[in-house]
Write a protein that binds this ligand. Structure first.
Ligand SMILES: *Cc1c(COP(=O)(O)O)cnc(C)c1O
Length: 355
């Protein structure tokens, strides 16, 4: 296979070992003579996968038995409505820190009053403030830990008695946080976990005890929990792959080690963007993302030249989000340092050539 440098935003790069083991299991799962794609989700084999995946997620995030883990479908997008459907009585507080956060707000408005405590939209989402107070009467506070499209990241979470709900789709497993401070965490699988089509939802049980609501079964967290995560047929493949990724994370030394790598990789790239006279990053320095690094050419007319240069080096996925433009280097856990060096070298060569 040709060696590629995969900066895709999602679906995106996964550890090589995870891909290899998944491929083996698709051909012959545990030497059973069956493909992983052919086993029943009610079989003992799958039950073991589900239990282990759940156990490892909690182990990595240091969560106790007050939490349950669900592997649902519908992406993080379904959580935008599932969260308010289950948890909103009258009003909730939201931060509008990026394009996904805005989408979450749009859905929440269908279920009650949304109090937007901060919006960075008028400044192109180039910063996130810490200067807001979560009103105590809110049913929950919703935030997006990493803004995948614009390339910003929350470094500080509020100290509040209001339950915190967080969309961690693009930085789950990338850094150490005090996960016990969150009441509900969700993340779609295709960024740092596994293949697309699955969403990890981590729920602190007590948050579900507050309201009794009659809601459609698939949308009801309680029904999923009562059915031990197999209320309907889950994404067997993605749950299996997620188990492998969790094993890989532990082999790497856990979130502490990964966080160090991720900080180092992004630091190198930001340093080059800041140094190089042809590029700029528009995000406030304190809010820059370690996962998705966005940058723009100062001279748009050189775009074709730069695109040709990075494509020639087998770099893929560097295009910015369709409505945001520019470039985005997504540097998830599995992206090797080598790929970052290749990109930086292209940027240096580009500068030499056009200065
Ligand atoms: C990718 C992403 C989503 C959407 O995930 P889907 O699986 O497409 O629904 C939501 N929020 C954030 C922060 C994301 O990065």
């Amino acid at each position: 296979m040709k060696k590629m440098h995969n900066f895709n935003a999602g679906p995106s790069i996964l550890p090589k070992e995870v891909i290899q083991q998944s491929a083996k299991s698709v051909l012959n799962f545990n030497k059973s003579g069956l493909s992983l794609l052919e086993i029943s989700h009610r079989s003992k084999d799958f039950w073991k996968i589900l239990e282990k995946s759940t156990h490892l997620v909690k182990l990595i995030m240091k969560l106790d038995d007050n939490y349950s883990v669900l592997f649902l479908q519908g992406g993080a997008t379904l959580q935008f409505s599932m969260v308010p459907y289950n948890l909103m009585n009258q009003k909730a507080a939201y931060l509008n820190t990026g394009i996904w956060a805005k989408k979450a707000i749009k859905e929440a408005k269908l279920f009650g009053k949304v109090n937007v405590l901060f919006s960075g939209e008028h400044k192109g989402y180039n910063y996130i403030t810490n200067k807001y107070v979560v009103p105590e009467e809110m049913d929950y506070f919703h935030c997006t830990s990493n803004n995948t499209i614009v390339g910003s990241q929350m470094k500080i979470f509020p100290n509040t008695c209001v339950p915190i709900v967080c969309d961690m789709s693009s930085d789950i497993f990338s850094r150490k946080l005090n996960f016990q401070n969150f009441s509900l965490i969700y993340a779609s699988s295709q960024k740092n976990i596994s293949s697309s089509g699955m969403t990890i939802v981590i729920i602190k049980h007590e948050i579900l005890e507050k309201y009794k609501k009659n809601i459609p079964s698939y949308m009801d967290y309680k029904i999923h929990l009562k059915n031990h995560g197999i209320f309907n047929t889950p994404n067997v493949f993605s749950i299996y792959t997620s188990m492998l990724t969790c094993e890989w994370i532990i082999q790497q030394g856990g979130l502490e080690v990964l966080e160090k790598h991720n900080k180092y990789k992004s630091k190198l790239l930001y340093e080059e963007i800041d140094r190089n006279t042809f590029f700029e990053n528009k995000i406030n320095k304190e809010n820059r993302s370690c996962m998705n690094v966005t940058f723009f050419l100062k001279e748009e007319k050189l775009k074709k030249e730069f695109d040709n240069m990075w494509k020639f080096e087998n770099i893929v996925g560097l295009e910015g989000y369709r409505i945001f433009g520019g470039y985005r280097a997504s540097m998830y856990n599995a992206l090797p340092l080598e790929s970052v060096h290749v990109l930086i070298n292209v940027m240096k060569k580009f500068e030499e050539k056009f200065s």
